[in-house]
Structure formats: C-alpha cells, structure tokens
Design a protein around this ligand. Structure first.
Ligand code: PGA
Length: 253
C-alpha cells in the first residue's frame, strides 16, 4: 500500500512566501524516505510556479478544488482541463471547507471527481463528520453517505485511482485530533466500504488522516493499520514540520 503525505495550503501564502515554501520542500525532500509520496496543494495562482519548481523532483503538485464542467461560462472557476494543462496531476475534492462555505453537495463533489478521472488526474476525496454528528453517534453513517453520494457512480477501475482523506471536521484547524483508535476505526470502516467493491479496490486506495496533524501527534496516527499517511493543513505551511511528517510516515514502510 502507498503512503502519502499531502499538504493543503488552503488560502495561505503570497507569491514570495509560496516560492520560498515550494523551494524549501523541494530542496529537502530529495534525501528523505523516497517511498513516501509527497504532494503539495498551493493556491491556484501559484500552481504553475510550483509545477516548474517541482519538475524533476519527487513532489507532486495538486490543486485544492476544480469545477466539474470542462469549460464555459462559469466566471471565476477553474476546470480540471486547465489544471492538467499546467502539469498539475491531482486535486482535492470535497474538503469540508468547500462543503461548509461553498455549499458543495456529495453529488457535485462526485461530478468534480468524475471530471478529474476522465482526464487522468487523481481526485483526493475528503470526507468526515462534524462535532454534532460525532457526539450523536452518527459519524459512521455520515461518512458512509458521503462516500456513496460522491463515489457511488464509479467503476472499480476508477475507484482504484482515487485517494481518500478522512478529516473529522471537529479536528480541522482546532488543535484537536482524533485519537489513534478513533482514526483507525473510521479508516477501517472506509476500507470495509471500499471492500464492497472488491478486494483490489480496498487494497489499492490509500486512506489519509487529516485534522490538526503535526509532528507531535502523527507518529501514533500514521502507525495505524488503515492510516496510509496524512492530509496536512497548518503544519504544511512550515517546511520543516511538513518534511518531518514525511519522515514520520516513512516509518510505516
Ligand atoms: P489542519 O487542516 O491540519 O490545519 O487541521 C487539515 C485539512 O483541512 O486538510
């Protein structure tokens, strides 16, 4: 199974700080645990720069969002085709902030994933329950519905090309993390859902943990059987912390 550490920069950095951060990651990632796949997802305006700086390195450049349509009158939007033409090879879809602030439904998220898969890009599909859903014991149900609603349309061959990130909303940017037990049981649940499509889907789809993951708490989370690395927000903005997370993920190999 692949191990992945992906950095979601969200709406942070500016031209100069983005350049500095990409350069630092590229410069120092070369020597460390080559088995771990390293992905960075800078904001749209910095993607072309990131692709250029990452050329010839191990770093994969992803976008944080895309529109589901191939092109057309959608002012302000960015298509998967545009991303591909820049050399971007992956894209986050269904992040809880997109669901919460931009009203993205499971159906729309599924369309975005379909647009990416259709042209050979990797969707990094996010799912996860909010605090109220966890407290009321509905977290497994919520994640099941998110998976079915967005991914139910795909063939096994398509599912095998997706990366999943479980990100409990109550842990994102809050400093709270799921315990290793909470993470493992939800990842095992997601793995079981994938298994309903066949063993090869379950064996091939990496499931990342996200939510206040940092070098202090990552070791026990990444060590869990069904945790195949992390989707990192805040800690991905500090090159040393992000690279330390790659090192920690390498211990899984
Ligand atoms: P965080 O964000 O690491 O800052 O909690 C994770 C994410 O939202 O992807």
């Amino acid at each position: 199974m692949r191990t992945i550490v992906a950095g979601n920069w969200k709406m942070n950095t500016d031209r100069l700080s983005a350049e500095a951060l990409v350069s630092a990651v590229v410069q120092h990632a070369g020597g460390i645990v080559p088995e771990v796949e390293v992905i960075i997802a800078p904001p749209f305006p910095f993607l072309a720069m990131a692709v250029a700086k990452c050329e010839g390195s191990r770093i994969i450049v992803a976008a944080q969002n895309c529109h589901q349509a191939e092109k057309g009158a959608y002012t302000g939007e960015v298509s998967a085709t545009m991303l591909k033409s820049l050399g971007v090879t992956a894209c986050i879809v269904g992040h809880s902030e997109r669901r919460q602030y931009f009203g993205e439904s499971d159906a729309v998220i599924g369309e975005k994933a379909a647009a990416l898969l259709a042209i050979g890009l990797t969707p990094i599909f996010c799912c996860g329950e909010n605090q109220e859903e966890r407290t009321s014991g509905r977290h497994f149900h919520v994640v099941t519905e998110q998976m079915k609603g967005a991914l139910g349309r795909f063939s096994n061959a398509e599912l095998e090309r997706i990366v999943i990130a479980y990100e409990p909303v109550w842990a994102i940017g809050t400093g709270l993390t799921a315990s290793k037990e909470q993470a493992q049981e939800m990842h095992a649940h997601i793995r079981a859902l994938l298994h309903t499509h066949g063993a090869s889907v379950a064996e091939r789809v990496p499931i990342l943990y996200g939510g206040s993951c940092n070098p202090t708490n990552a070791e026990s989370l990444f060590a869990q059987l069904d945790v195949n690395g992390g989707l990192i927000g805040g800690a991905s903005l500090v090159a040393e912390q992000f690279l330390e997370l790659v090192r920690i993920a390498g211990k899984k190999q």
